[in-house]
Design a protein around this ligand. Structure first.
Ligand code: AMP
Length: 478
């Protein structure tokens, strides 16, 4: 897979405006968003027009807990970013926030999502003289803003984002403004909080909780909020009325279960997913066991729905990162063993329903099933808390290319044999929509579900093999 347009996979963004503890608060916010990106983290602070940057490879805790670092990040405004990218070489120049001195002042930006026409824009910009310093798709935004002929930052920002296609939740900082912005479909999340009278922006509400900030509201799809000393103003950069196509995979796997998105608790949605799954795919079994941690809430829901005992038949070692961090297949195989161990006393002689949120490459499932069988389980019935993952995400969730997605190559029957289970069932797409508050998927879906359906809600200019979707032609007009 081409890596140039995949640099902002899975990220967390955070920002604080006018608070003396801005950098420390941002470090805490990023810590709460660590699940969204573990490869690198960065903070940019602004102190009366002077910007300071700290960007490091590794976890927030490894780099942003010392007083020295926080002291260096002087200022009452700060934005931060967690980055998670498994493709392409990990390089410090790609770590965000990105910062540039433009003709109208300093500008820092942190981006969650993927711009699907970044390569094309980059080519055009390069041909007219722009010099790129990173391979990050976010850098095109900086160049678009820097070369815009509009007078003010906000006009230039609007000018720039109207040219972007794909998914973006952005937090940006100038010497007197903090800006939060979501793409016209609101594919990636962004919320507004209030900490002791200071505005806060964060990818998820769990990052407001950690600092004790009050949830104000979400940035709406296609909305730009401009925070200044005058307060918060809302700008609508996209001329047509945006529609909501929030990423349904955030509910399935990506967001933290203690976050609330669009008024729905992620934990409750996952439990409802489990109950739907129990209704759609019951199993003759003795116990329900989650693949921890991602399968746990759905397994609780399944156990409730099926009237079966919920048991921790697999124990997870929390001192190992998500397996996807490991780059090679060989290490990924090892990673599973490092991360999970069978709880023999629970599994021996039992007919087990194993619940996981998704099967991507199939490596995890195969190893876990083997482990559960080795521990003496009599039968293993795998239940997956989402539909088959058949298509890659181009909007910021790290998924391998389609050919590596096992569900795109194998039928449920083939996969049942491949991972060696007695039965395998996925949740239906309508079941998933029901769990996420809709009665079914409908013709005009309320979520982006491209990873399960292959229907991409935006044009994918950088991939010529994909066709634009008619009902979203407004994105091109914008
Ligand atoms: P696999 O071995 O590739 O089938 O991995 C499936 C496991 O990876 C599941 O247990 C999921 O919880 C987890 N997973 C699914 N999607 C992602 C993702 N985008 N990033 C990291 N982990 C994921």
């Amino acid at each position: 897979m081409d890596t140039a347009d995949r640099f902002n996979d899975e990220c967390g963004v955070f920002g604080v405006f006018r608070n003396p503890g801005a950098s420390a608060l941002t470090a805490l916010g990023l810590h709460a968003l660590q699940h969204r990106g573990q490869e690198a983290a960065g903070i940019v602070a602004c102190d009366r027009g002077k910007f300071r940057l700290e960007r490091h490879m590794g976890l927030v805790d490894d780099n942003f807990t010392s007083q020295d670092v926080i002291d260096r990040l002087k200022g009452d405004c700060a934005i931060g970013h967690n980055r998670y990218s498994t493709t392409g070489e990990p390089a410090l120049h790609n770590v965000q926030p990105l910062f540039a001195e433009t003709a109208i002042g300093g500008f820092a930006v942190a981006h969650n999502g993927n711009i699907t026409n970044a390569r094309k824009l980059r080519e055009t910009l390069r041909n007219s003289g722009s010099i790129f310093q990173s391979s990050s798709d976010t850098e095109v935004l900086i160049h678009l803003l820097a070369t815009s002929t509009k007078a003010t930052f906000i006009e230039r920002f609007v000018d720039a984002i109207r040219q972007l296609e794909g998914a973006f939740a952005l937090v940006a900082l100038t010497d007197n403004l903090m800006v939060g912005c979501r793409d016209a479909l609101g594919i990636r999340p962004l919320v507004i909080g209030d900490f002791e009278g200071s505005f806060v922006l964060a990818s998820e509400t769990c990052a407001l909780d950690i600092i004790g900030a009050r949830f104000v509201r979400e940035v709406e799809p296609g909305e730009m909020v401009v925070i200044s000393d005058r307060g918060m103003e809302s700008v609508r950069p996209f001329p047509d009325r945006p529609s909501n196509r929030f990423c349904i995979f955030e509910y399935v796997y990506f967001a933290r279960p203690d976050s609330t998105i669009s008024g729905l608790s992620v934990y409750e949605v996952r439990k409802r997913i489990g109950r739907e799954l129990a209704m759609e795919a019951p199993a003759d079994a003795d116990i329900v066991v989650p693949v921890p941690d991602s399968g746990t809430p759905a397994a609780i829901g399944y156990a409730e729905g099926a009237g079966l005992p919920f048991e921790l038949g697999i124990i997870r070692n929390h001192y190992v990162g998500r397996t996807f961090i490991e780059p090679s297949d060989q290490i990924r195989h090892m990673g599973v063993k490092l991360k999970h161990n069978a709880n023999r006393s629970v599994l021996k002689g039992k007919r087990v329903v194993l619940v996981d949120d998704s099967i991507v490459r199939g490596t995890t499932s195969m190893k876990i099933v083997e482990m559960v069988r080795d521990a003496g389980a009599a039968e293993v019935h795998m239940r997956i808390a989402s539909p088959p993952t058949t298509d890659s995400c181009f909007y910021g969730v790290d998924t391998p290319e389609k050919s590596k997605l096992i569900a795109s190559r194998m039928s449920v029957e083939e996969l049942t044999r491949y991972i060696r289970v007695d039965s395998l069932a996925y949740l239906s797409i309508d079941g998933l929509y029901r769990a996420a508050g809709q009665d079914s998927r409908h013709d005009v879906p309320q979520y982006c579900d491209a990873c399960f359906t292959g229907e991409y809600p935006t044009t994918l200019t950088d991939r010529t093999d994909r066709l634009p979707q008619d009902h979203l032609a407004f994105l091109e007009k914008a």
